[in-house]
Design a protein around this ligand. Structure first.
Ligand SMILES: Nc1ncnc2c1ncn2[C@@H]1O[C@H](COP(=O)(O)OP(=O)(O)O)[C@@H](O)[C@H]1O
Ligand SMILES: [Mg+2]
Length: 420
């Protein structure tokens, strides 16, 4: 159900003083009131239980929430944000969904923050490229937000890094109470700034340190519960995507140890999509290959896939294609700032051993590396003639991070091979 935003004064029987009290508590619309738990509203000083109940019910009445809806008329309107990896998008049913909470949990270095950065950029793409032209609120409780990374991801997707940064509202968080406050603020940004994605990276880090021991568990879960509910309401009300990252703790299950997300049932039940990220082996830095596993989703099969972390975010291979310089109307630096390879080398000589050395193999085409070739095969383009025959616009819209110009270039280079 997507509600429209309505003022509090639409609520029958409400007075100016009550509106002020509600607004001071972060409840600034009729929707927020209608979806707030009674316990939260009745605790506002100066309102009281009876008034709270009356106002909440009247708010629901005003919004037509007290009628059942014929299922045929339910407006789901789910949209998806590409993760930068076609494989990860596929197992997620299209990408990170709007209107829902997605939890990604995994060990240190498994790629959670990289995913958060990648979608903070891809949401800004137009819908046919896997975005929503959206704005982001980034709640950063581990101090791992990196502007440079955002800039590289922006370049990868052909976006102006400066503009991209201007559409990310970032908050460095110092305590769990601060986190709660900024989650409420993020909701306000959905209304005033068109935020369509809220990232909380990470959900539990501060709570875990502040509420230590079993004696504190109930209080910790209460704080967590409030955050999850506030985020759920925001997701639904603004058709906003929510990405929560979470750490894992190793648990003993009988004779086996297993990694499980922390936060317990509240997080597990509060999130619609739960995805586990895994590193390979102990020395995770030997390879940037990662695994993603759908742990829980209401309407998705329990699938797994592989993806990669690159210097420009999440991708399907260990190196990403960059759009040609001439397409971008902003200054471009070298992508792989951290390594010594420059972009020309990467484009000219894909560092791969040709597998089936067929002369029509895609990787013989200038500009196509092993990863891209694999990607193309996933879309049914498995040799040079198929590449030449495909609709470039269609291909560019399907493969994330690839521009139309790039596809046209590949086709030209492919034709050159056949003519040679
Ligand atoms: N520029 C880069 N190029 C390739 N890999 C990188 C780059 N920057 C970071 N990484 C890799 O990303 C991993 C960290 O991912 P991150 O998303 O921060 O994990 P998490 O948030 O799950 O702890 C590290 O293994 C690191 O080697
Ligand atoms: Mg992280």
């Amino acid at each position: 159900m997507i509600l429209k935003i309505a003022d509090l004064n639409l609520v029958k029987g409400i007075n100016a003083r009550q509106i002020k009290l509600l607004q001071e508590s972060g409840i600034s619309t009729a929707e927020a009131l209608a979806m707030s738990p009674h316990g939260v509203v009745s605790e506002i000083d100066g309102l009281g239980g009876k008034t709270a109940k009356k106002l909440i019910w009247n708010a629901r009445n005003a919004l037509g929430m007290t009628e059942f809806t014929i299922a045929e008329e339910i407006n789901e309107n789910t949209e998806y944000i590409t993760t930068g990896s076609a494989e990860l998008d596929r197992i997620l049913g299209g990408g990170i969904a709007t209107g829902k909470l997605t939890e990604v949990f995994g060990p240190f270095k498994s790629g959670k923050t990289n995913l958060a950065h990648t979608i903070a950029v891809t949401i800004q793409l137009p819908p046919k490229k896997g975005g929503l032209n959206g704005v982001v609120a980034y709640v950063d409780s581990e101090n791992t937000f990196a502007k440079e990374k955002i800039k590289r991801i922006a370049k990868r997707f052909g976006l102006d890094p400066k503009k991209v940064l201007s559409k990310i509202h970032h908050a460095r968080i110092y305590s769990s109470d601060h986190q709660q406050q900024m989650i409420a603020k993020a909701e306000a940004l959905c209304k005033t700034r068109g935020v369509r994605l809220i990232v909380v990276d990470s959900l539990m880090a501060l709570l875990r340190n502040e509420y230590v021991g079993i004696g504190m568990l109930a209080r910790r879960q209460n704080v967590l519960n409030n955050m999850i509910h506030a985020l759920s309401r925001t997701a639904e009300r603004y058709n906003c995507a929510i990405l929560l990252t979470n750490q894992v703790a190793t648990k003993m299950v009988g004779m086996f140890s297993a990694d499980d997300a922390i936060g317990g049932n509240i997080v597990a039940h509060g999130c619609h999509f739960r995805v586990m990220f895994k590193t390979k082996g102990f020395s995770s830095n030997n390879s940037l290959k990662r695994r993603a596993i759908i742990v829980d989703a209401p309407d998705l099969p329990p699938e797994e896939c592989e993806f990669f972390i690159t210097s420009a975010g999440i991708a399907d291979s260990d190196q990403v294609e960059m759009p040609a310089k001439k397409e971008m109307d902003f200054e471009i630096e070298t992508l792989y700032e951290e390594s010594s390879t420059n972009q020309e080398e990467i484009e000219d000589e894909p560092n791969v051993e040709p597998t089936e050395s067929d002369e029509t193999d895609l990787i013989t085409v200038k500009g196509i590396g092993k990863g891209t070739a694999e990607n193309l095969r996933n879309y049914g383009v498995s040799n040079i003639s198929q590449l030449i025959e495909s609709d470039p616009e269609d291909l560019a819209s399907k493969i994330s991070g690839v521009s139309l110009k790039k596809v046209l270039e590949w086709q030209e280079n492919a034709r050159a091979i056949l003519q040679a």
